[in-house]
Design a protein around this ligand. Structure first.
Ligand code: SAM
Length: 261
């Protein structure tokens, strides 16, 4: 088979959890794909959108469980696209935000495979929006930084420069931060963040169990511990949290998603 006869891999963002927040394009692809490779943060209601003949493969990474190594996932996608015309690689949120979508796309392109990316609503935007927290506000914040709270040791770029982030004065949106929170908060305080900077943590946004805690930076670790916030959670730090529109109560969630992955 030459490459012209090979299928296409669609890297699709599933959104933050609620299936109604999946894009129309993503939904159409799910209904017609021949093979689906999906992650831990995709609720079963979204998986049910595929047709009966679709081959579905889980490659999720969950805390405390064995995960599929990234190289194996890359190889699996390559193998599938030789066999199936439409392969969907479904990832929680947006595939290119802390989702290794870039790595998978590069690997496939290097192997002569066509790749198309279908963006998804990233949790760092969906979670605060659901709870009425604006990430920018004319009176409080003109910029946002999406940052990982969990850095890989095999990274090429230097680790997160928390000092620079404090100096920039952005709203910080921290992914994968709850397990590393005391380190992150200590770095921020050391770098000069005022202890009373507003902070919020949102767990399981848009799905059953969603909840939001508002506090201050110097109380964040203690509060997250006492209220037992776990993954998946988004942590937000910045003055714009004070402009929360409390009346924007999140719509009741109807679907569940695996937690503490
Ligand atoms: C590996 S990253 C994947 C991010 C994903 N690609 C995105 O765009 O949302 C996983 C992290 O995303 C965040 N996350 C994903 N879904 C979430 C949700 N529904 N509520 C809160 N945080 C979520 C958590 O910080 C979690 O640890």
């Amino acid at each position: 088979m030459n490459n012209d006869q090979l299928g296409v891999v669609y890297l699709v963002g599933a959104g933050p959890g609620d299936p109604e927040l999946l894009t129309v394009k993503g939904q159409k692809l799910l209904s017609k794909c021949h093979a689906l490779v999906y992650d831990a943060l995709v609720p079963k209601e979204i998986l049910q959108l595929v047709n009966d003949e679709c081959r579905c493969i889980f490659v999720g990474k969950r805390r405390g469980h064995h995960s599929t190594p990234q190289l194996k996932t890359n190889a699996l996608l390559l193998e599938l696209v030789k066999e199936y015309e439409i392969v969907v690689r479904l990832k929680g949120g947006d595939p290119f935000i802390f989702g290794r979508g870039g790595e998978e796309a590069s690997y496939l392109k290097q192997n002569g495979i066509s790749v198309q990316v279908v963006p998804g609503i990233t949790s760092g935007i969906a979670a605060p929006a659901y709870f009425g927290i604006p990430l920018t506000h004319r009176l409080a914040s003109s910029s946002i930084t999406f940052v990982t709270g969990h850095e890989g040791i095999d990274k090429r770029r230097p680790s997160v420069n928390w000092e620079a982030l404090v100096q920039a004065g952005n709203t910080l949106v921290i992914y994968m931060g709850v397990h590393n929170l005391s380190y992150i908060v200590s770095k921020l305080l050391l770098a000069g963040s005022p202890p009373h900077t507003p902070a919020a943590v949102i767990q399981q946004a848009t799905v059953i169990g969603q909840r939001c805690l508002k506090t201050k930076l110097d109380k964040l670790v203690e509060d997250v511990d006492s209220y037992k916030f776990i993954s998946p959670s988004i942590v937000i730090i910045g003055e714009s949290i004070d402009f929360q529109v409390e009346e924007c109560a999140p719509p009741p969630a109807a679907v569940t998603m695996p937690v503490d992955f």
